[in-house]
Design a protein around this ligand. Sequence first.
Ligand SMILES: [Zn+2]
Length: 470
Amino acid sequence: MHIKFFGAAGEVTGSRHLLEGQTQGQHFKFVIDYGMFQGGRDANDKNLEDLPFNPAELDFVILTHAHIDHSGLLPRLTAQGFKGTIYCTPATEALLKILLLDSAHIQENDFERAERKQKLGKWRGELPTVLYSVKQATECLSQIKHYDYGQVFEPINGIQAHFRNAGHILGSAIAVIDVLEDGQSKRIVSSGDLGMYDRPLMPNPDVIESADVLLVESTYGDRLHRGLQETEDELVEVITETMKHGGNIVMPAFAVGRTQEILLLLINLVKNGRLPHLNIWVDSPMATAATHLTEKYLEDLDEEAQAIFAWYKKHSHSLDLKFVADVEESKALNRIKGGAIIISASGMCEAGRVVHHLSWNLPHSQNAIIITGFQAMGTLGRRLVDKVPMVRVMGKEVAVRASIHTIGGLSAHADQAGLLRWLKGFKKAPGKVFVIHGEENAAANFAAVIKEELQWEHVVTPQKGNLFPC
Ligand SMILES: [Zn+2]
């Protein structure tokens, strides 16, 4: 058997790992995750590049979770001839229905807008790429089969697999795959993305005790996150101060995961008497859909999160939580002069309704903007974090008079200590460890830490295109 890394190797996005070999006298070929490359100038080229296999010959796909950097090219794979099954958890399937269709919509819209401009002579350069259409995304969704955590399934004769909870986002999984090779079973474990330990919303990542081949993520393999206590204290301080001065708070947040985490934190702070009655608006159709899904799959969350939700159901008067339905209602929020907490997407302030809320709230000094997630270079969110005095929002120059606060402790990814804690669950060193899903430094740093702290010998940081026997 061998493994080929053709994404998320030496970088964070584009998770795609091909496994190929023989079982029960048959040749097999499958991939773990099939994500989109995001950010950076060459992402588009990577999404379009030739594949190291014929999609029609691929037996199946094992998908760890719904994030686009793990799932986002699946519709393209289907369009290119893949006919097999995509295996994931039930909540991941539910999220994919939102995320993949949204991804296709955005691509179609961007293309149509550019084409219209081109006809008017207002578009220079190439038109944006459509990686797949809404129709192709819909077709892809019909190839999904879901299994609960712990439920064993057999994609082909000789290969058995099951999912364990990765504690990263709703439905996120660690994939455990047992391949029968020459009469012996070989276990491949892919960590997927691992969540933080002891944080609200998601449970701790499940312990896995053995693997012959281990793929482990390393997004934050070279650093430690701030503690939850500190994060809560910062939130309480900013919210209390802003409310005292009659201001509004805008919190840009990723629709899936982060929005629900923030809601839970805020409800918990009200429950514990650290914050007074709050007026919260969630203004993002995708965040609303994802929050309803979170309630539907409540049993996948940790016990504390379930208890907080249950408390809120009984004490819903303790805070006013509203989900904004349409654009008109969203615009009406602009008339609120103070006392509102608006949670809206996109997380990096590049698109979506949050842009409108920023343009209204940034020019007034009594307001506060709370940044809770990673802001990539070149985004509006990053300029706010960097405290630029004037920013361009929707084609207008806007003065930044609102206070900007970066709350660093919220992350859907385990930090170095968390990743190590998960690895310590293995009873003995896996035969081979591949450190993936991290930028060069983070992956190399974490590989060195594994060797030093755990005394594991066979630890590799693969590069894109590398192939290894395993
Ligand atoms: Zn993820």
